[in-house]
Design a protein around this ligand. Structure first.
Ligand code: ADP
Length: 193
């Protein structure tokens, strides 16, 4: 099994690159942001609770997203591997993910951390907000709050996997295909091990 985390701040291109990576490597894409937005669209109780938090640019409680991932792992028993996108976002989520994978006798092979400057992130998210319909993308205050959550709570997740030597950093600025190629080079290197 190949289990990867695509990591980076909001707007770093995780969604765009995920689509290309799952197509190439046949992985199951698990994006907590996408799952939450689908819950909101279906107006489930979980979705209604999450919407208020997401609209402010804050993180949804750990137990909610951990439960979602646990359920997604159970419903995909035959997957060749998983691409985690937007998860784990806190150290508690990282520890929970490691335990869930351990139960399946597997682990994270690599964290691919995409690096993009803060001004570029804000510009990209404001531009995406013109067409995405995402309420968290069309307000600069909310975008800055999301980036602050990333620095305060999420950046530490890279340090967690760094301890196990699992992190590779990839430049997230440049053309989409160029960035994709850098990610593929790192994945191909893991697959040869
Ligand atoms: P982006 O990375 O562009 O901010 P996402 O779709 O990954 O977009 O996340 C959107 C929002 O969903 C986040 O701001 C947060 O409120 C919520 N969210 C997504 N994943 C998580 C997670 N793992 N833990 C807590 N909140 C999450």
């Amino acid at each position: 099994m190949l289990n990867l985390i695509l990591f980076g701040p909001p707007g770093s291109g995780k969604g765009t690159q995920s689509e290309k990576l799952i197509a190439k490597y046949g992985l199951k894409h698990l994006s907590t942001g996408d799952i939450l937005r689908s819950e909101i669209a279906q107006k489930t109780p979980l979705g209604l609770e999450a919407k208020n938090i997401m609209d402010k640019g804050q993180l949804v409680p750990d137990e909610v997203v951990i439960g979602m991932i646990s359920c997604a792992l159970e419903t995909n028993p035959g997957a060749k591997g998983f691409l985690f996108d937007g998860f784990p976002r806190t150290s508690a989520q990282a520890e929970a993910l490691d335990k869930l994978l351990e139960l399946k006798g597997v682990s994270i092979n690599r964290m691919l951390a995409m690096e993009v400057s803060e001004e570029e992130l804000v510009n990209r998210l404001l531009k995406r907000g013109e067409t995405s319909g995402r309420p968290d993308d069309n307000n600069e205050g909310v975008i800055r709050a999301r980036i602050a959550e990333y620095h305060n709570k999420t950046a530490a997740v890279a340090e967690y996997y760094q301890k196990f030597d699992k992190v590779v950093r990839v430049k997230g600025e440049g053309g989409v295909d160029e960035i994709f190629q850098s990610l593929c080079n790192e994945i191909d290197a893991v697959m040869q091990v």
